[in-house]
Design a protein. Structure first.
Length: 1083
C-alpha cells in the first residue's frame, strides 16, 4: 500500500482507467492533480474517505459518469453518425482545406516469414468478427456496417525469378501506388493487403488501412487477430456502432457539458501551434506527400529512462511529450505553444469496449511554456500537469475546440493545429501487447493525416522505443527536419544520464554565426570636429555645404562654427551639455551643429514642422541649456565673436547628438549617441564606398532623423559637398539639382527615392515627341554613383527602376536602429532574384554585430526566425534621462556582451545573410519613420469624443503603408477634426489618413486587437458622392482617380482621407503640371 503508482509502471492511460473505476465504484470524481499528489494506495484511500465524508451525495446508477450500454442488435446494419474525429478525417479529403486532399492513412511494408494463406484466412475471420472491417461511409456522410462482404483475397505475386534490382523496382512501384492511396470511402474494403513472394520462405507484405475504421489501439487488435489461428468469429457483442451511439448519448451528460465550458474558457488563453520554419506555403500544396524520420532507442537506455521517469513521478508519455514540446519551441522560437495530442479513449460503456476495432481517436490540446528551462525534469512535471488537466476534460473533443478557434479567428479551412503527438505506449492487458512488428521486420512505414504537417508517433517494440516523425515533404527542408529529429533523440537519450543534452546550434550553424560577426576593423576613436579640422587644413577653399542661397567653404564653415562655439563657451556650455538647434535643411544649421560639437556639447535637432507641444517636450526632456532658433544670431550678435577655434581636447566617449524617436507611453524618447559610436559607422561607410572630397551628397532627411547624421558627418569628415534640399516634395527640383550639382551620393528612405523615379517617369512622358520617338530623362551619363536606402522596406521593384534611370548607381540597402548609430547592417543590391519577397538585410558593418536570438537569448538555428539584437561599437549610450527604458532595451548578454534589443525580427539564411521580417511589437515604420501606435492612441484618448480607440497600419495596392484610427465614440465626429486635434501634438507622418467609427474594439482569443475583424477603410458610398460639375473638376478628378486607384471620387473628399500620401502628391503635382502647364507648390 506504500508503493508509488508511478514506480509501479503507471502512465496517463492507466491513470484515466483507475480514476474512471474510482468514480464508478465510489461515486467520487478525483482531479488528476490530487491523484498524483496521493499516489500510493495508503494516501489515496485516506483522501477518498475524507472526500466521501464531505460529500452528501448517495450512490446511484444515474450518478455514474459512464452509463452501461448493451449491444443493440436491432437495426444493426443501419447507418450511424461519424465521431468528431472521423468527420474531421472525412472533411480533410477535400482539397479546399489547407493540407487536405488526403485520407488519414496508415501504411506499412513488412518483410515476413508468415504463411500468407494462413494470414488471409485469419484476416477473413477478423472481417467477420469486427464490423468496422466491413464498414463504408455513405453519401450522407454516415457510416454503415455491411452484413455480408466477399471473401478478401490477399493478392500475392511471385518475384522469386527476378534479380534484386527488379524486385526493388517492383517494391518501389507498389509503394508509390499504396503509400498515399486515397480509398473510396463508399466502397468496401477500406484497407488493402498485398504480398510479393521474394524467396521460398519470405514475403514482402504491404498493408494500407484508412484510419477512419481503425485507430492506433485497434492496430494491436488487428495484429493479434492476424496471428490468432483460433480466432472466434462471434459477432453478437457490443460493437463500434453501439459505442458511437452511447457516445452521442453521453454528449447530453453533465460531465460533457462541464468539459465543454472548460475548453470554451481555455481557448481564450491557449497559445498557437508551433510556427516551425517552412520552405513553402501550406495553402499552395494541392496534395501533401509525407516522409518519415525514424529511430529506435535501445532497450538498455529505454529501461533506464523509464526507471528514472517513474522515480521522478512522470509518465513516460508525458516525458516524451515534454521533450517534443521543447524541441518544437526551440525550432519555432515560440516560448508558448500548443500541441495536438492524440488520445485513444475507450469510455467504459461495456466490458467489450477494449476488444473492438474502430476509430476511438480523440484529441486534446496541450499547452507548454518552454522558456527559461533550467531543470528538464521540473519542466516535464509542469508539462505533465498540463497534459493531465487536458485529459481530465477530454470528453469535449479537441476537434471541437479547434473548430471553435477557427470560427473565432475566421480560419475555417486552415490547418491551425498541424503538429501532432501520438503515444502508443499502452497495453490493454499484459498479454495483449501486440504491435505491427510482430508480423515481421518493418522495412518502411508512413502515416498521413489531413490538416497535419508533422505527426509524432512512439511505441515500444522488441528492440526498444520506436520513434517516428511523419512530415509533409513539400513544407520542410530535409536537412532541418533531420536535425530537429536527431536533437530530439539526443535529448531523450540523455535523460538516461546525468547531463541533459539540450538542442543547440550545429557546428555548421555555429561556424556561420561566428564568421558572420567577425567584423573587427581598425577604425580610430575620434570626433567629427577633430576630423573636420584635418579637412579644413587640406581643402580650406573647397565648398563644403550648399543650399538654395549658395554655399560656404571649409574655411568659412570652420570660422562661423567657431563663433557659435565661442558664444556657447561664454555661456558656460561644456562637454556633456546638450544644446538644441532648429533643424532646418540649410547651411546655417550645419554651422550651428558644428559649433555645438566644437564646444564639447551634444546637439538635439528640433524639427520646425513638428507640433509645438512636441518641440517643447524635447527641449525640456533633453535639458537643453540653450536653443539656437531663427532669431538666435540677431539676438546674440554672433558675428562679434572670435572665429578662432578654442583649444579643447575632445573626448570621443562624450555625446555627439540626441535623436528623439516615437515612444509607446505617448512621449518620444531620446537616443543618446557618442562620437566614437557615430564615427565608427560614418568612417566605415566612407571607406566601404570610397567617399571623398569629389563626392556631392544630397541632403534630403530631416535633421531629427538619423539619416541626416551621415549626410552631415560624412561630408565633414571627407570634404564631400553636402547639398541641402529645403523641400523634398518638389521632386522636379530635386531631379534638376542632381544633374546641375553633379550629385554622386543619395541617402534617403525608399519612399523618397520612389518619389524621384516616379517623377522622372512622368517627365519622360512629358518629353515625348511622338509615339515612336521618346527622349529618356538623362540616364546613363548621370553623376549619381551611390544610392543608400534605409529606414523602411525597399520595394523589390525599386532597385531596377533606379538602375534604369541612373545606370552607374550602386544601390545599397542599409539597416539598423537609431539606437545603434544610423546603420549596422548592409546589403549591396546587385541583382534582385525573381523569387525574393524582400531585399536581404545583409551583413554587419565594421565593428558591429547582428544576432538572431530566441526567447532564452540563445542563437536561433539558421532558418529559424528570431529577434534581432545589435552589438558592437555603434550602440547608444542610453535613452537620455530614462534609466528604466535603457535597462529594458540594452541588455548585457552572457556571451555577446552589451546588446540592443531592436524589436525587429529576422532570420539567418544559409547563404550568410539576415533576412528582415519586420516588427513583432506595436511599432510600425511608415515613410522611414518608426512609429509606436500607442503614442497615437494615447493622444486620441485625450479627445473628449473618444471613449476607446485603436490605430492600425494597412497597405494599399501599391505596397504603401498608411494608418487608420478606429474610434469608439458616443458622438458623431468628422475626420478633419480628429486630424486637426492630433496635428497639435503629433508630426504629420503620425496623423492617420482614415478614421472609422466602430461600436467596440474587436479582440481575438488572446485578448489582442483582432485586425482581421476591422475593415479596411473605404471611400464614401455613392449616395454621398458629389460628382465633378465643371470641365476642370472632371480633369482633376481623372488625375486623382488615376493616382489613387479609386473611382468614383467626390469633389468634396479630402485627398489625405482618400489614402493620399507624399508620393501620390508628387505624382498628382507632376500630372497637373504636365496637363495644365501649371506648377502648384506643395504647400
Amino acid at each position: 500500500v506504500k508503493d508509488s503508482f508511478m514506480n509501479l509502471g503507471g502512465d496517463s492511460i492507466k491513470i484515466v482507467k483507475i480514476m474512471s473505476l474510482i468514480s464508478e465504484r465510489f461515486n467520487l470524481k478525483i482531479p488528476y492533480r490530487d491523484f498524483l499528489k496521493y499516489d500510493t494506495i495508503e494516501e489515496l484511500t485516506k483522501f477518498i474517505i475524507k472526500k466521501s465524508e464531505k460529500s452528501e451525495k448517495t450512490e446511484s446508477a444515474e450518478q455514474r459518469i459512464y452509463k452501461y450500454y448493451e449491444h443493440n442488435s436491432d437495426n444493426e446494419y443501419e447507418e450511424f453518425p461519424l465521431t468528431d474525429v472521423q468527420m474531421a478525417y472525412l472533411l480533410g479529403r477535400d482539397e479546399k482545406f489547407a493540407l487536405g486532399g488526403v485520407s488519414t492513412h496508415g501504411y506499412y511494408e513488412i518483410l515476413t516469414k508468415l504463411d500468407i494463406k494462413t494470414l488471409e484466412i485469419n484476416l477473413n475471420r477478423l472481417i467477420q468478427k469486427q464490423p468496422m472491417l466491413r464498414t463504408i461511409i455513405n453519401d450522407k456522410g454516415k457510416q454503415q456496417m455491411l452484413k455480408n462482404v466477399p471473401y478478401y483475397k490477399i493478392k500475392t505475386t511471385d518475384l522469386t525469378s527476378l534479380d534484386i534490382k527488379d524486385v526493388n523496382k517492383e517494391i518501389i512501384n507498389e509503394r508509390k501506388r499504396m503509400s498515399h492511396h486515397v480509398f473510396d470511402v463508399s466502397e468496401w474494403p477500406l484497407f488493402e493487403f498485398k504480398a510479393f513472394k521474394i524467396s521460398e520462405s519470405e514475403y514482402y507484405l504491404f498493408i494500407g488501412i484508412d484510419l477512419l475504421i481503425a485507430d492506433g489501439s485497434s492496430m494491436r487488435i488487428l495484429v493479434k487477430g492476424l496471428l490468432d489461428n483460433d480466432i472466434k468469429t462471434s459477432t453478437n457483442l457490443f460493437n463500434y456502432k453501439d459505442y458511437v451511439e452511447a457516445l452521442e448519448d453521453f454528449k447530453n451528460s453533465e460531465t460533457y457539458s462541464d468539459d465543454k465550458k472548460y475548453w470554451e474558457n481555455k481557448i481564450l488563453s491557449l497559445p498557437s501551434s508551433p510556427g516551425l520554419p517552412l520552405k513553402g506555403s501550406i495553402n499552395e500544396i494541392i496534395k501533401p506527400y509525407f516522409k518519415r524520420c525514424e529511430s529506435v532507442v535501445g532497450n538498455e537506455l529505454w529501461t533506464r529512462i523509464k526507471s528514472i521517469s517513474r522515480s521522478e513521478g512522470i509518465t513516460v508519455s508525458s516525458l516524451l511529450y515534454s521533450a517534443y514540446a521543447y524541441i518544437l519551441g526551440y525550432w519555432s522560437n515560440q516560448p508558448e505553444l500548443t500541441v495536438n495530442v492524440t488520445v485513444f479513449t475507450r469510455y467504459p460503456f461495456n466490458e467489450n469496449v477494449n476488444n473492438i476495432i474502430g476509430d476511438f481517436t480523440s484529441v486534446i490540446l496541450v499547452d507548454s511554456d518552454v522558456k527559461n528551462v533550467t531543470n528538464f525534469w521540473d519542466f516535464a512535471k509542469k508539462s505533465q500537469k498540463n497534459m493531465l488537466e487536458a485529459l481530465e476534460h477530454r470528453h469535449y473533443d479537441g476537434i471541437n475546440v479547434i473548430r471553435e478557434i477557427k470560427k473565432k479567428k475566421g480560419l475555417q479551412n486552415q490547418a491551425i493545429m498541424p503538429v501532432v503527438f501520438t503515444s502508443l505506449l499502452f497495453s490493454m492487458d499484459e498479454e495483449d501487447n501486440s504491435t505491427i512488428n510482430d508480423l515481421g521486420e518493418i522495412k518502411m512505414g508512413v502515416s498521413q493525416t489531413s490538416q497535419v504537417y508533422l505527426d509524432y508517433q512512439v511505441m515500444e517494440t522488441k528492440e526498444g522505443l520506436s520513434v517516428t516523425w511523419d512530415y509533409v515533404e513539400e513544407l520542410f527542408d530535409e536537412s532541418m527536419i533531420n536535425q530537429m529529429f536527431n536533437q530530439y533523440i539526443s535529448l531523450i537519450e540523455s535523460l538516461a544520464g546525468e547531463n541533459v543534452v539540450y538542442p543547440s546550434l550545429s557546428d555548421r550553424d555555429n561556424s556561420l554565426v561566428k564568421s558572420y560577426n567577425e567584423t573587427e576593423e581598425d577604425i580610430p576613436s575620434t570626433t567629427v570636429q577633430d576630423e573636420f579640422s584635418k579637412i579644413v587644413e587640406k581643402y580650406p577653399d573647397k565648398v563644403i555645404v550648399k543650399d538654395k542661397n549658395g554655399g560656404i567653404t571649409c574655411k568659412e564653415l570652420d570660422e562661423k562654427s567657431a563663433q557659435i562655439c565661442n558664444f556657447l563657451l561664454e555661456k558656460g556650455i561644456q562637454q556633456g551639455d546638450v544644446v538644441a538647434v532648429l533643424g532646418e535643411r540649410k547651411k546655417e544649421t550645419i554651422i550651428n551643429i558644428l559649433g555645438i560639437l566644437k564646444s564639447g556639447a551634444a546637439y538635439v535637432a528640433i524639427d520646425p514642422d513638428h507640433p509645438l507641444e512636441r518641440q517643447k517636450y524635447i527641449l525640456k526632456n533633453s535639458g537643453s541649456s540653450l536653443y539656437i532658433d531663427k532669431d538666435f544670431y540677431e539676438r546674440n550678435s554672433i558675428s562679434n565673436y572670435s572665429s578662432a577655434n578654442p583649444q579643447i581636447e575632445y573626448d570621443p566617449s562624450e555625446l555627439a547628438y540626441i535623436i528623439y524617436t516615437s515612444g509607446s507611453t505617448g512621449k518620444p524618447k531620446g537616443v543618446a549617441i557618442t562620437h566614437e559610436a557615430a564615427m565608427n559607422t560614418v568612417i566605415d561607410i566612407n571607406r566601404k564606398f570610397s567617399v571623398d572630397k569629389e563626392d556631392k551628397i544630397i541632403g534630403l532627411s530631416s535633421m531629427c532623423f538619423d539619416l541626416s547624421v551621415y549626410d552631415i558627418f560624412g561630408s565633414l569628415t571627407t570634404g564631400a559637398t553636402l547639398v541641402e534640399i529645403p523641400d523634398i516634395h518638389d521632386m522636379h527640383y530635386v531631379s534638376e539639382i542632381i544633374e546641375q550639382e553633379g550629385i554622386t551620393i543619395w541617402n534617403s528612405v525608399p519612399a523618397v527615392m520612389d518619389m524621384l523615379v516616379s517623377n522622372n517617369e512622368i517627365q519622360n512622358k512629358d518629353l515625348e515627341i511622338d509615339s515612336d520617338d521618346i527622349i529618356d530623362v538623362k540616364l546613363e551619363e548621370s553623376s549619381l554613383r551611390l544610392v543608400l536606402l534605409s529606414g523602411d522596406w525597399i520595394p523589390v521593384s525599386l532597385p531596377e527602376k533606379i538602375k534604369e534611370q541612373y545606370e552607374n548607381a550602386e544601390v545599397i540597402s542599409l539597416g539598423g536602429a537609431t539606437e545603434a548609430s544610423i546603420w549596422s547592417i548592409y546589403y549591396p543590391i546587385d541583382k534582385v532574384d525573381a523569387s525574393w519577397k524582400s531585399i536581404p538585410y545583409g551583413k554587419p558593418l565594421a565593428n558591429q554585430e547582428y544576432y538572431v536570438l530566441n526567447y532564452d537569448l540563445e542563437d536561433c538555428p539558421v532558418g529559424v526566425a528570431g529577434e534581432l539584437y545589435i552589438g558592437g561599437k555603434g550602440l547608444a549610450r542610453e535613452y537620455y534621462r530614462d534609466e528604466e527604458k535603457t535597462k529594458s532595451a540594452f541588455i548585457n548578454h552572457s556571451k555577446y556582451g552589451r546588446l540592443y534589443k531592436t524589436g525587429d525580427y529576422g532570420v539567418m539564411n544559409r547563404d550568410g545573410n539576415i533576412i528582415f521580417l519586420g516588427r513583432k511589437d506595436y511599432q510600425v515604420k511608415i515613410g522611414g519613420h518608426r512609429i509606436e501606435l500607442g503614442e497615437i492612441e494615447n493622444q486620441l484618448m485625450k479627445y473628449e469624443k473618444v471613449s476607446n480607440c485603436t490605430v492600425v497600419d494597412w497597405e494599399n495596392d501599391d505596397g504603401q503603408k498608411y494608418l487608420c484610427a478606429y474610434i469608439v465614440s458616443n458622438e458623431d465626429f468628422e475626420s478633419e477634426e480628429m486630424s486637426k486635434f492630433l496635428s497639435l501634438s503629433l508630426p504629420e507622418y503620425m496623423v492617420p489618413q482614415y478614421y472609422e467609427r466602430i461600436s467596440s474594439i474587436p479582440v481575438n482569443i488572446n485578448g489582442k486587437v483582432d485586425k482581421k475583424k476591422l475593415q479596411k477603410p473605404e471611400t464614401k458610398s455613392k449616395d454621398n458622392i458629389v460628382l465633378p460639375r465643371t470641365e476642370m473638376e472632371k480633369n482633376v478628378s481623372m488625375i486623382w482617380e488615376e493616382v489613387l486607384n479609386i473611382s468614383p471620387i467626390s469633389v468634396k473628399d479630402s485627398f489625405m482621407n482618400l489614402g493620399g500620401d507624399s508620393i501620390k502628391i508628387v505624382k498628382i503635382m507632376s500630372l497637373i503640371s504636365e496637363r495644365f502647364n501649371l506648377k502648384i507648390p506643395y504647400s
